[in-house]
Design a protein around this ligand. Structure first.
Ligand SMILES: NC(=O)c1ccc[n+]([C@@H]2O[C@H](COP(=O)([O-])OP(=O)(O)OC[C@H]3O[C@@H](n4cnc5c(N)ncnc54)[C@H](O)[C@@H]3O)[C@@H](O)[C@H]2O)c1
Ligand SMILES: [Zn+2]
Length: 356
């Protein structure tokens, strides 16, 4: 992909493709600003050399933090703020977040709060962050092991998405990000779902062809509902059960990547959709078959159901005592703020467990 596509979102733009000419032009307008780039071990090794080679500016300051969700916390923020202070950054500085969703969320949060906020841009380097985390303005960290419980809404100055970074991303991370692309199509774009379900080998997919339509779906949703008062909850499809499964098995011998858990969640929530919101049996069958073909079958244990349901009750998207779902009416059409009772949720977990 050489051509760059520009997607305007609210007050910033997303560039997708060979981003470097556009990035250099952008940085030219910031010549008098100090530029810091936040990386972790992996993006320092795989992504920073690409960035440095392509940038006209050679005086960027590199801040390194540990990789992974485990470090998306206040201690790492302190280290980022400390390094920013040590380097003498003032309010005029620009921060580049070069990494996956962890760096995007936490780097953006640190930038938004350092000296009451400095400019930042996102250069997402995982499939998940390219289609999901880098847009929509949600920034933050985990606190006391509760995911994303401290943070702010703040838009970046720009987002630059280049598929070149996906070349070094482990295959399982690619498959995990793919779940969000599938989700976007199921909630908003029946045509895109039609294309996706014909994918035979996910390892050979031309991702740029799927990135742009997926970004358009997220853009539409966040523009209508930036602060998640209503429609934005559509993005929660597969996530009520998915998050519970992810948390439940986080410390097990076989933890799941986010997208793997969301795939299980999408199967179960499609089942609930079939029972509650009119999703046709044929669509349920197709969605299930596709997701199990791509993600395989994970061993959910019946003894863990009650703990998972407890986790679902704690979801911050719930209203009153009910467990909140986004359900499908059909592929490409969804309903937000639906509540299902525990017996139906249990039935949906049984449905998943009984699959071959
Ligand atoms: N803000 C939002 O709207 C939003 C939406 C979805 C998810 N998120 C957040 O995103 C985070 C998950 O993001 P993620 O899946 O990108 O995880 P991540 O940032 O932990 O990246 C996954 C792994 O890939 C490595 N990596 C990154 N780019 C690489 C590359 N190009 N080559 C090789 N290795 C590379 C990272 O170092 C890390 O080890 C979660 O914290 C989640 O809460 C935020
Ligand atoms: Zn997700």
């Amino acid at each position: 992909m050489t051509k760059v596509q520009t997607i305007p979102v609210q007050d910033y733009t997303i560039q997708v493709g060979d981003i470097f000419p556009a990035l250099n032009t952008f940085l030219k307008t910031k010549e008098d600003q100090a530029v810091v780039v936040i990386v972790d071990k992996n993006t320092k090794k795989h992504c920073l050399p690409i960035l440095k080679k392509q940038l006209n500016r050679k005086d960027i300051i590199v801040l390194r933090i540990p990789a992974g969700e485990l470090h998306k916390n206040i201690q790492t923020c302190q280290s980022i703020w400390q390094q920013m202070m040590d380097k003498g950054l003032n309010r005029n500085a620009l921060c580049i977040n070069l990494g996956g969703g962890v760096i995007g969320d936490m780097g953006g949060f640190c930038a938004s709060t350092y000296k009451r906020g400095i400019d930042f841009i996102q250069i997402p380097t995982t499939l998940l962050s390219q289609v999901d985390a880098s847009i929509g303005g949600k920034l933050g960290i985990d606190f006391n092991h509760v995911k994303n419980s401290v943070g702010v809404f703040q838009n970046p100055k720009a987002v630059f998405i280049d598929p070149i970074f996906l070349k070094t991303l482990p295959k399982l991370e690619i498959r995990s990000g793919f779940a969000e692309i599938i989700k976007h199509s199921l909630i908003e774009d029946a045509k895109q779902w039609k294309k996706i379900k014909t994918i035979k080998n996910w390892k050979k997919v031309d991702w740029p062809a799927f990135l742009v339509p997926s970004l358009h779906i997220k853009k539409r949703i966040v523009e209508i509902d930036p602060f998640e008062k209503g429609l934005r909850k559509a993005l929660n499809f597969g996530h009520t059960i998915g998050h519970a499964v992810e948390s439940q098995y986080l410390e097990s011998k076989k933890p799941l990547l986010h997208g793997e858990a969301v795939a299980i969640g999408m199967v179960c929530e499609s089942y609930i959709s079939h029972k509650m919101s009119g999703l046709a049996a044929k669509d349920l069958k197709e969605i299930t078959k596709f997701l199990v073909r791509i993600y395989g079958k994970y061993k959910l244990l019946k003894k863990d159901y009650s703990a998972m349901i407890r986790l679902m009750r704690k979801d911050k998207k719930n209203e009153k005592d009910e467990i909140n779902f986004t359900l499908l009416k059909a592929p490409g059409k969804c309903l937000v703020n639906q509540s299902a009772d525990v017996s139906l949720i249990t039935e949906s977990l049984d449905y998943y467990r009984a699959l071959k």
